[in-house]
Design a protein around this ligand. Structure first.
Ligand SMILES: C[S@@+](CC[C@H](N)C(=O)[O-])C[C@H]1O[C@@H](n2cnc3c(N)ncnc32)[C@H](O)[C@@H]1O
Length: 249
């Protein structure tokens, strides 16, 4: 299993995730697909701080959220309505042992790109296949490589500042570390209020993401026993993402 990045496992950073990723219009598509399919049971793979899992549970669905980052799950578990969700600490590969027979599995927030190796990705797809009932659907997104999202992962392009309750003002920026396609590595930096942390004001997290082409993804889904029903555009990020809707055969 790939080890999650510090941004998800360091409790000081995991508690900042929702504040900096505060526009979740991206999830509307997933909620709409769950509704359209009439899904009753959902597995959210790489659920992180649980935003989609909680949205779906609030609509009466039976939701399991799985993520290897204990600190992110801790944030999820502290939220209102969290008792309605089954939270599992584990990587996607652990989904196989859950005995779920789910109607729908989701991977939002470009979780699919954290699986940098072919084996990791194949293992994740195999496990999700196992967790779905026959005819169940996997929906996930991934960035279109040709749109070179990494060009925007620089200090200049998207610095951000948020006021975090109990912490104060936190500043965030990214630095591009390496583009070695299909892998892209970048570093996120978070500046905390002066003197708050014992080991310096800036905490960093390095992440490597895999940019897969559409035909590669389709081939991997085929090998894992899925049929691609649709490849959608993400309405909130037109032209930038592919959203795969794949059915377990
Ligand atoms: C960008 S976050 C997305 C979180 C959430 N899906 C969302 O939309 O807010 C990526 C998530 O993938 C998780 N992750 C990393 N490695 C994983 C693995 N092997 N299996 C499942 N999830 C993983 C991280 O812990 C993190 O929560």
């Amino acid at each position: 299993m790939t080890t999650p990045d510090p941004i998800f496992v360091d409790p000081r950073l995991a508690r900042l995730y929702d504040a900096f990723d505060d526009d979740r219009a991206d999830l509307d598509l997933y909620v709409g697909i769950a509704e359209r399919l009439g899904a009753r049971t959902v597995l959210d793979v790489g659920c992180g701080t649980g935003v989609l899992a909680l949205l779906l549970a609030a609509r009466g669905l039976d939701v399991t959220g799985i993520d290897p980052a204990a600190a992110s799950l801790e944030v999820a578990r502290s939220k209102p309505g969290a008792d309605a969700v089954t939270w599992v600490e584990g990587g996607a590969d652990a989904a196989a042992g859950l005995g779920l027979a789910a109607d729908l599995a989701t991977m939002t927030g470009n979780v699919a790109q954290v699986f940098t190796g072919d084996d990791d990705w194949a293992g994740a797809l195999a496990a999700v296949h196992d967790a779905l009932r026959p005819g169940g659907v996997l929906v996930f997104e991934t960035r279109v490589p040709a749109r070179q999202a990494w060009l925007g992962w620089t200090r200049e392009s998207r610095p951000a500042r948020r006021t975090i309750p109990g912490v104060g003002d936190v500043e965030k920026w990214n630095d591009l570390v390496e583009v070695a396609l299909p892998l892209v590595t970048f570093q996120g930096s978070f500046r905390f209020p002066p003197g708050l942390l014992p080991d310096g004001d800036v905490v960093t997290s390095v992440s490597t993401l895999r940019f897969r082409e559409r035909d590669e993804i389709e081939a991997s889904l085929d090998v894992a026993g899925f049929v691609v029903d649709e490849v959608l555009d993400a309405p909130d990020r037109p032209g930038l993402e592919w959203v795969f809707v794949a059915r377990r055969v």
